[in-house]
Design a protein around this ligand. Structure first.
Ligand code: OKP
Ligand code: ZN
Length: 343
């Protein structure tokens, strides 16, 4: 299996985030991608290749074009207005404030284009975001050209990014863009399976009205877990998309036995959908040692996850999402991918 990696991810570094009662160093650190790359290399899973050059066309079809422009300009606007540090929003146009007054000030634009304070910008953020996106599209292209699977070490992650909002460490929705790329390349039906601990609210929003992309999520119950305001079991899609969204929320403390039963349900739904190709939003923050998440999967469980995905018998694009127990992240990713290859 080819792995796509760009060193440009490291330009997104040094940012802070809002914790509970504190501003703290971000959990979404460059070491994450580097340890994943090192473990993929050491395990000999296959060649590690750079992303090919990719235009923003797919990003502009999945996201609002003005949002993509904003992502590209945000750091420049922030410094032009005289600020430094991490560019973070501080006001959001939530109900009952007006949602039609697009502001000019960068402090407010950051809120216009986000749903939380979890997607800060630093000088290198946009370059890293572009590389993360290009890596996901490159992995999609590798699979579209006939490989059984490919893996994108996308950093920053993407699944919380909606059509016109950043949040939760995410800017461009890499997995959604990969799914769109596969559709553009001739796949009729694409399934996105999101196994990150957190609900992929952005991916759900993007494909909410669409019947050609099935979205399944296994995640911490939003009653108590981030992103809180989406991810309940009654969200099934609308219009053409009705029945093409499946949410499987699970309580904090869930172990592999229960989680694996949810995976089985998601896989059966994907089989019924008859997807031509699968995009896996591969978050490893289901791991028991994750510092910000609350499931109890163990390292020995991940190869079984990979083997079940292989049993779907479809070409598969793996796109990295979360996973913050950095020391274990590389081994857990390799667990899934090697389980897939052996499966
Ligand atoms: C991104 B992904 C800790 C707050 C954490 C954001 C979580 C984003 C998770 N200071 N809130 O789904 O792994
Ligand atoms: Zn997550």
């Amino acid at each position: 299996m080819k792995t796509v990696f760009s060193p440009l991810h490291a330009l997104h570094a040094g940012h802070v985030e809002l914790g509970a009662g504190v501003i703290e160093p971000g959990y979404e650190v460059p070491e994450r991608a580097d340890i994943v790359r090192a473990h993929v290399s050491a395990a000999g899973l296959g060649p590690i290749v750079p992303p090919t050059s990719q235009s923003l066309d797919v990003a502009r079809s999945i996201h609002a074009s003005d949002y993509v422009d904003f992502l590209a300009d945000a750091w420049n606007l922030w410094t032009t207005e005289g600020y430094s540090g991490s560019a973070l929003p501080m006001v959001w146009p939530t109900r009952p404030l007006r949602g039609d007054l697009r502001p000019r000030a960068i402090r407010a634009l950051l809120g216009w284009y986000s749903f939380d304070g979890g997607a800060p910008f630093v000088a290198g953020t946009w370059d890293a975001v572009r590389a993360s996106y290009a890596s996901a599209l490159t992995a999609a292209d590798i699979v579209a050209h006939g490989d059984r699977a490919a893996f994108s070490i996308s950093r920053p992650p993407g699944h919380h990014a909606g059509r016109r909002m950043a949040g939760g460490y995410c800017y461009l929705n890499n997995a959604a863009c990969a799914a769109q790329r596969l559709r553009d390349g001739g796949a009729t039906r694409v399934a996105v399976l999101d196994v990150d601990f957190h609900h992929g609210n952005g991916t759900q929003e993007i494909f909410w009205h669409r019947g050609d992309v099935f979205v399944a999520n296994i995640h911490g119950d939003p009653a108590s877990e981030y992103p809180f305001f989406l991810g309940a079991a009654d969200e099934i899609g609308v219009g053409e998309g009705e029945g093409a969204n499946l949410n499987l929320p699970l309580p904090p403390g869930t172990d592999f036995t229960v989680w694996n039963a949810a995976l089985e349900s998601a896989c059966r739904a994907i089989e019924q959908f008859r997807a031509d190709v699968i995009v896996v939003s591969l978050g490893l923050d289901t791991f028991v040692g994750d510092p910000i998440s609350h499931f109890r999967l163990e390292s020995q469980d991940y190869p079984r996850v990979g083997a079940r995905l292989a049993a779907l018998g479809r070409p598969t694009v793996f796109v990295l999402e979360g996973g913050y127990a950095v020391d274990a992240l590389g081994a857990n990713v390799v667990g899934v991918l090697s389980g897939f290859l052996d499966g």
